[in-house]
Design a protein around this ligand. Structure first.
Ligand code: SAM
Length: 198
């Protein structure tokens, strides 16, 4: 688990990606009814996306390796009185250990942190916890456009990580944006991928 280096990102004020709001792309997906419970938020950070989806009445589990982020997420849930959400420490590369399955999995900003060697294991880990017919939503930095975020990925990298041979159907990859604390205005170019578990 890479928990310790990640945890340090949360020690001195908000991390660069931690805007204190759910990502607008995720809010739009939710408004379109694209989440069904139970929902897993893999690499949930301080939980804004998980908390938003849970506030709509869906059961959500947020997992992360950073204990500091999880403590902040739990405190927000308590402050806001959101009970449908749970935050636990878990390695997204070993999700089978949760012993649970989900209808929708959200990856907001995690996929693009894994290098090419880690991605097959990550996809297999996700496959072990998504119901057949379930949906994975990935919001990641894209390699197209100006002012890209760190570790931008191409559409081809997404398609090769989630291939039909491994039980995935990449239903759509659409341009979107990721808000960060250092991209002013519209945020950084992103891909919003809708990936079905066959
Ligand atoms: C770029 S941040 C995005 C956080 C959150 N999804 C958001 O949108 O604010 C990536 C998160 O993934 C977590 N992370 C990194 N590697 C992980 C792993 N192997 N398992 C679980 N979480 C991981 C980090 O601790 C960090 O909170």
């Amino acid at each position: 688990m890479t928990g310790l280096p990640w945890d340090a990102s949360y020690h001195d004020g908000p991390a660069p990606w931690d805007t204190g709001q759910p990502q607008p792309a995720i809010v739009r997906l939710a408004a379109e009814g694209r989440f069904a419970g139970p929902v897993l938020d893999a690499g949930c950070g301080t939980g804004e996306n998980a908390l938003y989806v849970a506030s709509l009445g869906l059961p959500v589990l947020g997992v992360d390796v950073a204990e500091t982020a999880l403590a902040i997420a739990r405190a927000k849930a308590a402050e806001r009185g959101i009970e449908e959400v749970e935050f636990v420490a878990a390695d997204a590369l070993q999700l089978k250990r949760l012993g649970r399955v989900f209808v929708t999995v959200l990856d907001c900003g995690l996929f693009h942190t894994f290098d090419g060697g880690e991605r097959p294991g990550y996809a297999a880990s996700l496959a072990s916890v998504i119901e057949h017919g379930g949906t994975l939503h990935v919001l990641c930095f894209s390699d197209e456009g100006l002012d890209t975020g760190p570790h931008p990925v191409s559409q081809e990298e997404l398609r090769s990580a989630f291939s039909p041979g491994d039980g995935w159907d990449v239903a759509a990859i659409e341009p979107d944006r990721i808000q960060t604390r250092y991209h002013a205005g519209a945020g950084a170019p992103a891909w919003r991928a809708t990936i079905q578990r066959i």
